[in-house]
Ligand binder design. Structure first.
Ligand code: PEP
Length: 248
């Protein structure tokens, strides 16, 4: 893996005018970037983002995708609908979806499958809670979460992106140390190696309070191929600093 990925997760933030300013500033600062940058925005803003970023090197994506193809699923947004708006990537299984919406490993795996079938790259999030880490269950938890996605998606697994996001590090200001993150990334890479001939082609992103100050040391780790960025993706200067760190 040579080209790193930096993906912003705006979560439920933004407005038409704020988005316009943020996208303009990011786009303007991206010219020298040699990494793949993307922003995952709230679904109602996809049309705006598509219009503003058309032809840009900055990709845009969604923060979730329905596990269903179409039909009577009020409030859901299908992969085909996302594709209509030029979406290239979609986050699936973010810990906030698992925690607040009861998403199971099996559901996350099906969501990844729907995204792949529509030509969208799923960014599959895995990660342990603080209690699980303290109980020594980190490896078992992330392996179980990834195993479900591998089981459901078979050989298509080489088309996914994986994000290791320790739940205790998301939005808390507590970052996994580079060594802690690398240890889990190496484990995930080994698990993927058993499922595909080219595990090195699957970008493994770290997420959890990554910011301008800590990005370089995390991104220097052997198996950390990029970052999934929440809070720091809402400020153009911070996001661009991380992009710059990934473009070294
Ligand atoms: C996230 O929401 O995926 C995330 C990593 O958030 P933060 O960077 O704010 O911890």
């Amino acid at each position: 893996m040579t080209r790193k990925w930096i993906v912003g997760n705006w979560k439920m933030n933004g407005s038409l005018s704020a988005n316009q300013d943020l996208l303009h500033a990011i786009h303007a600062g991206l010219s020298t970037a040699s990494c793949q940058a993307a922003v995952c925005v709230p679904a109602p803003y996809l049309a705006q983002v598509q219009q503003q970023l058309l032809g840009s090197a900055l990709w845009w994506g969604a923060q979730d995708v329905s596990a269903h193809e179409q039909g009577a699923f009020t409030g859901e947004v299908s992969a085909a609908m996302l594709r209509d708006f030029g979406v290239r990537v979609a986050i699936v299984g973010h810990s906030e979806r698992r925690q607040y919406h009861g998403e199971t490993d099996a559901l996350v795996a099906t969501k990844a499958q729907r995204a792949l079938a529509a030509g969208i790259t799923p960014i599959v999030c895995v990660g342990e809670t603080l209690a699980e880490r303290e109980a020594g269950q980190t490896q078992a938890v992330v392996k179980r979460q990834l195993a479900a996605v591998i089981h459901t998606n078979g050989h298509c697994i080489s088309e996914i992106v994986v994000a290791y996001e320790p739940v205790w590090a998301i939005g808390t200001g507590k970052t996994a140390s580079p060594e802690q993150a690398q240890e889990v990334h190496a484990l995930l890479r080994a698990q993927l190696a058993a499922a595909t001939d080219h595990p090195e082609r699957i970008p493994l992103l770290y997420g959890g309070s990554m910011n301008a100050a800590n990005a370089a040391s995390l991104l220097a780790q052997l198996d950390i191929d990029g970052g999934l960025i929440g809070g720091a993706s809402l400020k153009a200067a911070d996001f661009l600093s991380i992009v710059a760190a990934a473009s070294q």
